[in-house]
Design a protein around this ligand. Structure first.
Ligand code: PLP
Length: 397
């Protein structure tokens, strides 16, 4: 059957001005990577975030940004990293690759993100780092979590992949911890042509090695040369931190993506505000159906990257709702984030156990609605009407 409203993995319809900016970079950028658009984008992003110029490093996606964070931790055998079980796999596996012992932490029952309380419960004497994920676009209480981490001497990495532009106490997510990552993937509220990401590092001492770390260990020779081509154009070295070498990779983001990203930043707040206004309209119009429970947040604490709800009447009702929405109305809701500890990848490596009852219950009862800023009013109203109709129908039998 033809779907009326598929769960699209595309968030943005670019404006003609944005397309012109990308086209101009396609014509004129030289080189097409590692040039002036990269530097301009990193500076513009730092300004948007309200952080120091020189602290943001654009990379080719959010996962690469997490790989860099995991490498910068310089983990030792037995070191534990606390990660919510309720998140996308990229929040966790870069740390597995660096030898971390993953300790799964639960999410709060009402906000579906971690809290200082759930993080504290997972802490042990071996905890080296915490990954706090601002899932669905809702800012976790990063201030309280940062305070807890500071007290325990533990590094805090904010996974702000979904929460670009979300704020807590007037500050953007991704400015509270020691490092933060952002994703500009096709589905996120802000996307640089489908792939892109960025890592922010608070410690100025980490910044000098970042360009090398993300670009093959390329660096300048540290001696004067008579001929610029001898012994080679540039050196390749091991990025060193406190006498320890870190392995480099190539995680660069292209110039066209950076040029577009620079321009799209101007529109980010209005994209987020429009999504939030629409989400609130949907939530409020369903207020007489308490069996469908949303997180209602009228402030910039939530960018409503995703519009999710919990079916309080249970997993069977959730499944019946999704089945009817799909089969009878062509509306494709989805269920997100199988608790990571249940995936074969994590089980095989000894991380199959988790004590995360809130995450488990939410997974069994959650619904994620198709929700894009470019959905027509007509489609949006159709989804609302059919949601009401389906909920009323479920009450009837
Ligand atoms: C999308 C996402 C990532 C990874 O970002 P990519 O750019 O797709 O690599 C990491 N964490 C979370 C929570 C995400 O949603």
């Amino acid at each position: 059957m033809e779907l009326r409203i598929p769960f699209s993995g595309r968030s943005i319809r670019y404006t003609e001005e944005e397309i012109a900016v990308a086209a101009e970079a396609m014509r004129t950028a030289e080189p097409l990577t590692q040039g002036r658009h990269l530097r301009a984008f990193e500076s513009a992003f730092a300004r948007y975030q309200g952080v120091e110029d020189g602290s943001c490093f654009a990379v080719c996606n959010g996962t690469c940004a997490l790989e860099l964070c995991a490498a910068l931790l310089r983990l030792k055998p037995g070191d534990e990293v606390i990660i919510p079980s309720h998140t996308f796999t990229s929040s966790a596996y870069p740390f597995v690759k660096q030898g971390a012992r993953i300790v799964w932490c639960d999410v709060d029952a009402d906000t579906h993100v971690v809290s200082a309380e759930t993080v504290a419960r997972a802490m042990t004497a071996r905890t080296r780092a915490v990954v706090a994920v601002h899932l669905y676009g809702y800012a976790a209480d990063a201030r309280a979590i940062a305070g807890l981490c500071r007290d325990r001497g533990v590094a805090l990495i904010e996974d702000a992949a979904q929460s670009i532009g979300s704020e807590l106490c007037g500050r953007k997510t991704g400015t509270f911890g020691d490092m933060a990552i952002f994703s500009f993937h096709s589905h996120k509220n802000f996307t640089t042509l489908g792939e892109g990401g960025l890592v922010w590092v608070r410690d100025p001492g980490l910044r000098p090695i970042m360009p090398m770390l993300r670009h093959n260990g390329h660096c300048a020779w540290n001696f004067d040369r008579e001929d610029y081509w001898k012994p080679a154009m540039g050196n390749v070295d091991l990025p060193m931190l406190d006498g320890e070498g870190l392995q480099p990779a190539n995680y660069c983001l292209g110039e066209v993506e950076c040029a577009l990203g620079c321009r799209l930043l101007d529109r980010l707040d209005s994209i987020n505000d429009a999504k939030r206004a629409r989400a609130l309209r949907f939530i409020d119009a369903l207020a007489d159906f308490p069996e469908l429970e949303f997180l209602r947040e009228p402030t910039r604490r939530h960018n409503y990257h995703l519009l999710v709800a919990r079916m309080t009447s249970g997993p069977e009702a959730r499944d019946a709702f999704m089945r009817r929405m799909y089969a009878e109305h062509g509306i494709q809701c989805v269920v997100q984030y199988l608790p990571l500890n249940r995936y074969d990848y994590y089980r095989r490596q000894g991380f199959g156990e988790a004590d995360c009852p809130n995450a488990d219950l939410f997974f069994d009862t959650m619904i994620s609605f198709p929700f894009q800023p470019w959905m027509s009013e007509e489609d949006f109203d159709y989804m609302l009407v059919r949601t009401r109709e389906t909920l009323a129908g479920l009450r009837g039998n």
